[in-house]
Design a protein around this ligand. Structure first.
Ligand SMILES: [Zn+2]
Length: 141
């Protein structure tokens, strides 16, 4: 498990490094916390072990703590894990929006939609970069 934990931690760290600047979070102090055991992962939800990450942001100080449930993240493919990381970073961006607890589901949907848009745009951009051309016939152009 330790090897898988370290590998997943590295994958998350690389995705964080990839997205921090494009999301204009360079001025933030963001701490990543990697929970080794899913049981230690804080959650108000019943299915604790299935919650991949949770963000505790404070827009006033431009700071955030993002906790990753490493056992829940370890089984995700690269695309899924990138969505988790970007989702939590978008939470940092929107933390300043003051909502009532009843509106939390709306904010969650907005965060999820923005995550989908951002990751889709990044994949489209990467696919159209010179040198990243993928030949559909198996022959590199
Ligand atoms: Zn969320």
């Amino acid at each position: 498990m330790k090897k898988r934990y370290l590998r997943t931690k590295d994958r998350i760290g690389a995705l964080y490094d990839k997205w921090k600047e494009p999301l204009w979070l360079g001025g933030y102090r963001i701490t990543l916390d990697f929970c080794y055991d899913g049981g230690e992962f804080p959650s108000e939800q019943a299915a604790v072990s299935e919650v991949a990450a949770r963000c505790y942001a404070d827009w006033r100080y431009q700071s955030a703590l993002i906790k990753f449930n490493v056992p829940a993240c370890a089984g995700l493919n690269d695309k899924e894990l990138e969505s988790v990381v970007v989702h939590e970073l978008v939470h940092v961006l929107v933390d300043e929006i003051d909502i009532s607890p009843k509106q939390h589901d709306h904010l969650e949907r907005v965060v999820s939609t923005l995550t989908s848009i951002l990751t889709w745009q990044a994949r489209q951009s990467a696919a159209t970069q010179p040198g990243n051309v993928v030949a559909v016939d198996g022959v590199t152009p």
